[in-house]
Design a protein around this ligand. Structure first.
Ligand code: ADP
Ligand code: MG
Length: 243
């Protein structure tokens, strides 16, 4: 197996709080890893550090063996490490199709016109897969929360060189059909070699998607393993029960 992304003794403090505590964590190319842990255990902070939103207090993140800590988010995105947000961030006054296209043209300084038709075709294909074609020309701000989450998710695949996609609670507030669409897409894209980190409270979804799951508690990795191993782990049980 080939490690694509790795954190090395990663630490992030906010004042006196240690949000991420000496995390050594690595993703293999093409895997779908689960990341679970109680509220406030540092899951989003870990994604924020990997994607350059926060700098680590100490430690580093390597992507394809290159240290990417300290790079700004746009440069990390350009390398193919993308994320979604717990609360979807779309351009509300732009249409759904424009929100899809901006991901492509924000990440590449290619000639716009030359690649425009190809990008539109790709966006339409993704919107069709997601059953969103009827909303293609609607302003994003008119969409429901679940539809916004789905657009945010689908537009990540507009990035040509997508390598790693970090999904922060992708299934929160979405209906079962949308969830199925997302899960199918994750499985399909992982088979093509894209690597996923899925943060979720939905244990049934994590069990279905993720052969391997990492558990965070109070900023630290307490265990990694299959879902069956994890639910039987006493440290995990006590972390969730606050024991
Ligand atoms: P999770 O996503 O697992 O629920 P977070 O990573 O959001 O947890 O938060 C981990 C801890 O770090 C929490 O105690 C949270 O309040 C704190 N935290 C996160 N971001 C900030 C910030 N920007 N400033 C201060 N504290 C923060
Ligand atoms: Mg979070």
């Amino acid at each position: 197996m080939e490690t694509i992304l790795q954190t090395n003794q990663l630490v992030r403090r906010f004042g006196g709080l240690v949000a991420v505590n000496r995390v050594d964590f690595s993703l293999e190319k093409g895997e779908v890893r689960g990341l679970i842990g109680p509220n406030g255990s540092g899951k989003t902070t870990l994604i924020n550090i990997i994607t350059g939103v926060y700098e680590p207090t100490s430690g580093n993140v390597t992507f394809n063996n290159e240290n990417i800590s300290g790079l700004p988010p746009n440069q990390i995105a350009r390398k193919g490490v993308l994320r979604t947000f717990q609360v979807p961030r779309l351009f509300g006054s732009m249409s759904v199709i424009e929100n899809m296209l901006i991901t492509r043209f924000a990440n590449f300084s290619l000639g716009y016109r030359k690649h425009y038709d190809e990008a539109v075709a790709q966006a339409d294909e993704l919107l069709t897969t997601a059953n969103l074609m009827h909303l293609r020309d609607e302003k994003a701000k008119t969409l429901s929360g679940g539809q916004k989450a789905l657009v945010q998710f689908m537009r990540a695949f507009m990035v040509n060189n997508l390598q790693v996609l970090l999904l922060d609670e992708p299934f929160a507030g979405v209906n079962v059909i949308v969830k199925e669409t997302m899960m199918d897409m994750i499985i399909r894209k992982a088979a093509e070699g894209i690597t996923f980190l899925v943060v979720s409270h939905e244990m049934t979804s994590i069990r279905r998607l993720c052969p391997r799951v990492t558990v965070l508690a109070e900023g630290a990795v307490i265990t990694e393993g299959s879902m069956d191993q994890i639910v039987a782990n006493e440290q995990v049980i006590s972390a969730y029960l606050g024991g």
